[in-house]
Design a protein around this ligand. Structure first.
Ligand SMILES: Cc1cc2nc3c(=O)[nH]c(=O)nc-3n(C[C@H](O)[C@H](O)[C@H](O)COP(=O)(O)OP(=O)(O)OC[C@H]3O[C@@H](n4cnc5c(N)ncnc54)[C@H](O)[C@@H]3O)c2cc1C
Length: 459
């Protein structure tokens, strides 16, 4: 690496995860010099400890379920067991391939990757393990970590998603603390791998941010799959022994298992990084920005999980791109958080974008919202692949579709059209006139809009 005096950039990005590396790649496209500081591996949580490895596990889970149900489809196969060495080889191979690809991409595009732990020194300087780098603009993108509860130590049989991704065996039983996205995804994987799973959620339901109809459907599906769950009662404590754990709830109920997975959310990685000292406004560790992701201090911006809002990789990508364009003077359109698509990749998958029915009623008034449900039982392709589920549309009365909520195997793939519908503020009759290929699950979206436009075909 060249000496520090020579290291002056147009943009310095602190953190090479989804938000940081996207900003770096977009920045060099404008001919700017970009330094990307990363203390671990470029790709961050999403590539190494998040989206990619969990979805590989979920794909293995789908294959295991397929083997169990093969007879139904006229295939003579038996599900014997999960070979975790094989699973990890497959998962790690995907991650390593994508990591290599990303490293090559950053290099070929001219991003200077600086390996080491960075700390903000002042509005134009970052220290990386003793070497100082200057920049006209700085983007904070240090991401998030798995949180725990006060007094709940992550140790041995009490693990987070980080350790769960490295397990070299299938636990016989697991208690999953937290019924949000990460909790439901791991519960789904382990159930398919043959474990007994119990989810413990303090709020009244699993995936509490989803539409009530979707929640009901997921809970029914999980019950049918034999995934146990307790909702509405808070976790109290865990007793950890050499042969297992006992999780205790505040109502005195206990659950025994091999492992306790703590999936209670993710906190921002900002502690001790000099942000506050540089004058950046912080709130419980999160970096506060305006809608243009500017911190209000010098030319310092922030993107990704450290900015309050949905902690999703594609939000981080978009914010990274946005900030690079902003710095380049392109005046990009402000990102509308409510238009960000969300997928929970458990079985069945949940995909949603926009307002829930309750959210729409709160915004437009009780009588100014229309909803339409379309059951996947009427969809040929869904029957072929053996899934039930539904699509629920939420419409501002006589106005555009403001929310699309879907549940069923593989429905995550349908979120692309759903997000166009919501973000382009399409009216039901506009979507209804578009042709959806037959037989696809995508067709169900078309049918739902036909029904909402008052002309159901198969409804
Ligand atoms: C189990 C799990 C599953 C997930 N699944 C999905 C999914 O399916 N879809 C989805 O959209 N999102 C998913 N997410 C969320 C997604 O991973 C995050 O939203 C995304 O990674 C956030 O990107 P980021 O750039 O803000 O931070 P990160 O990806 O966390 O990257 C931050 C980077 O900064 C580096 N860093 C931190 N401090 C310093 C420092 N001082 N100096 C140098 N480098 C530093 C870190 O090493 C890290 O590489 C999942 C997360 C988890 C944990």
């Amino acid at each position: 690496m060249a000496d520090s005096a020579a290291q002056e950039f147009d943009i310095l990005v602190l953190g090479g995860g989804s938000g940081g590396y996207a900003a770096a790649l977009r920045g060099v496209q404008f001919g700017m010099s970009v330094g990307l500081i990363e203390k671990g591996k470029v790709g961050g949580t999403c590539l190494h400890n998040g989206c990619i490895p969990t979805k590989a596990l979920l794909h293995t889970a789908e294959i295991a379920d397929g083997a169990r149900e093969s007879e139904k489809y006229g295939v003579r196969a038996n599900f014997e067991s999960i070979d975790m060495d094989g699973v990890n080889k497959y998962k790690d191979g995907i991650v390593a391939g994508k990591h290599k690809g990303l490293q090559g991409l950053l290099k070929s595009k001219g991003v200077t990757v600086i390996e080491g732990a960075g700390k903000l020194v002042d509005q134009q300087t970052v220290d990386v393990d003793g070497t100082q780098y200057k920049s006209k603009n700085i983007i904070l993108a240090t991401g998030s970590y798995s949180k725990s509860l006060p007094g709940l130590e992550i140790k041995d049989r009490v693990i987070t998603s980080d350790e769960a991704l490295k397990l070299d065996y299938v636990p016989k039983s697991v208690v999953v603390l937290g019924g949000g996205v990460i909790g439901c995804e791991f519960a789904s994987v382990w159930k398919s791998f043959g474990a007994d799973v119990t989810i413990v959620e303090a709020l009244p339901s699993l995936v509490p941010n989803e539409d009530a109809t979707i929640i009901k459907n997921l809970e029914r599906s999980f019950r049918k799959r034999g995934i146990n769950f307790s909702t509405g009662v808070r976790f109290d404590s865990v007793d950890q022994r050499s042969d297992g754990i006992t999780a205790k709830l505040e109502d005195g109920k206990t659950f025994d298992a091999d492992l306790l997975l703590v999936a209670v959310g993710r906190g921002p990685v900002t502690d001790g990084l000099g942000y506050e000292e540089a004058g950046v406004t912080m709130d419980r560790g999160f970096v506060i920005t305006n809608e243009r992701l500017h911190t209000g201090v010098g030319n310092i911006y922030a993107v990704g999980d450290i900015v309050p809002g949905l902690q999703l990789a594609h939000r981080g990508f978009q914010q990274g791109v946005f900030v690079a364009e902003e710095i380049a003077g392109h005046n990009p359109a402000v990102i509308d958080e409510s238009g960000i698509p969300r997928v929970t990749y458990c079985e069945p998958e949940i995909a949603s974008v926009g307002l829930t029915e309750a959210g729409a009623k709160e915004k437009f008034g009780e009588d100014s919202v229309q909803v339409q449900e379309y059951n996947l039982a009427g969809n040929g392709k869904s029957s072929i692949i053996g899934t039930g589920g539904l699509i629920k549309l939420v419409q501002e009365k006589d106005g555009p579709v403001v929310g699309v909520h879907m549940i069923g195997s593989r429905m995550g793939e349908q979120v692309g059209e759903a997000q166009l519908i919501v973000n382009w503020e399409a009216f039901p009759e506009e979507v209804a006139q578009l042709i959806h290929a037959h037989p696809t699950q995508n067709e169900a979206l078309g049918e739902a809009h036909l029904a909402l436009a008052g002309k159901p075909l198969h409804g």
